[in-house]
Write a protein that binds this ligand. Structure first.
Ligand SMILES: C[S@@+](CC[C@H](N)C(=O)[O-])C[C@H]1O[C@@H](n2cnc3c(N)ncnc32)[C@H](O)[C@@H]1O
Length: 204
C-alpha cells in the first residue's frame, strides 16, 4: 500500500470510511525482532529498559513477542485488535503481551509516554491519503514521545517523500518541539527508499 498522490481533504463521512480501509487487509506480514532492529538501525541494548510502542504491529505481535524474550517491553498497537479472533487475543494474553486496538491518528496514551516508537510496514503506508491524516499521526507521535524520544518509520516511498505536500508537512512539524528527517537507504527499490525519523527535543 503506497500512496501515489494526496487527495483533497475529506468530509467527516469520507474521513470515517477512509479509516476503515485497513479492514480486510491481506498483508499478514510478521516481521521479526531482527527485521525491526535492522530496518531501524537499533540494538537490543538501546531498547532494553525503555518504553517502546509498535504502531501497526503484526496481528500476532511477533516483534513484541521476540523482544519480550530478550527482556524488552513493547506495546503493540493495531486497529485490528478490536476485531481479531479470540484465539489470537488469548495467545497474546498467554504470552503476557500488551495489545492496544487503536489508530495511529488517535493514540490512546498520555503525553510524554514512550522513549521509542516504531512503525515497520505500517504508518505511513496504511494511512488514508489525506495530508490531515498524516499530520494527525505525526502530531500524535510527537505528543506521546518523551522529550529526547524518537519515532522511526519505514518504508516511505519515493513518491510520498518527494511530494510537495509531504515536504511541507515535515517542515511544519520541525520546530521548537521536534524535528523530522528523511534518511535515504541505499540499495532499496522506489517504494522502500526512505526511513522517516521524528525526534522530540529534550526539555531545556
Ligand atoms: C503490514 S501489517 C503489519 C506490519 C508489522 N509491523 C510487521 O512488519 O510485521 C500493517 C498493519 O497496520 C495496521 N494499520 C492500518 N491502519 C493503521 C493505522 N491508521 N494506525 C495503526 N495501524 C494501522 C493494519 O491493520 C495492519 O495489520
Amino acid at each position: 500500500m503506497f500512496l501515489r498522490k494526496f487527495s483533497p481533504e475529506p468530509t467527516p463521512k469520507e474521513r470515517q470510511s477512509s479509516r476503515r480501509q485497513f479492514e480486510g487487509s491481506t498483508d499478514r506480514r510478521e516481521s521479526s525482532l531482527a527485521d525491526y532492529l535492522g530496518k531501524f538501525d537499533l540494538s537490543e541494548d538501546e531498547l532494553r529498559g525503555k518504553k517502546v510502542l509498535d504502531i501497526g504491529s503484526s496481528v500476532q505481535a511477533k516483534f513484541a513477542s521476540e523482544a519480550r524474550d530478550k527482556g524488552i517491553e513493547v506495546i503493540s498497537l493495531n486497529p485490528e485488535f478490536a476485531s481479531e479472533r479470540i484465539g489470537m487475543k488469548m495467545s497474546m494474553r498467554e504470552k503476557g503481551l500488551a495489545g492496544v486496538a487503536a489508530l495511529a491518528q488517535e493514540l490512546p496514551f498520555p503525553d510524554n509516554t514512550f522513549d521509542r516508537e516504531v512503525s515497520l510496514h505500517g504508518v505511513p503506508g496504511y494511512l488514508p491519503e489525506f495530508v490531515s491524516e498524516y499530520r494527525l499521526a505525526f502530531q500524535e507521535m510527537i505528543r506521546t514521545l518523551k522529550p529526547g524520544g524518537e519515532a522511526k518509520l519505514f518504508p516511505v516511498s519515493d513518491k510520498l517523500a518527494e511530494s510537495q505536500e509531504f515536504k511541507s508537512l515535515l517542515a511544519e512539524l520541525t520546530g521548537a518541539e521536534a524535528g523530522a528527517i528523511l534518511e535515504e537507504l541505499p540499495g532499496q527499490g522506489a517504494d522502500h527508499r526512505y526511513r522517516l525519523i521524528i525526534r522530540k527535543k529534550k526539555a531545556d
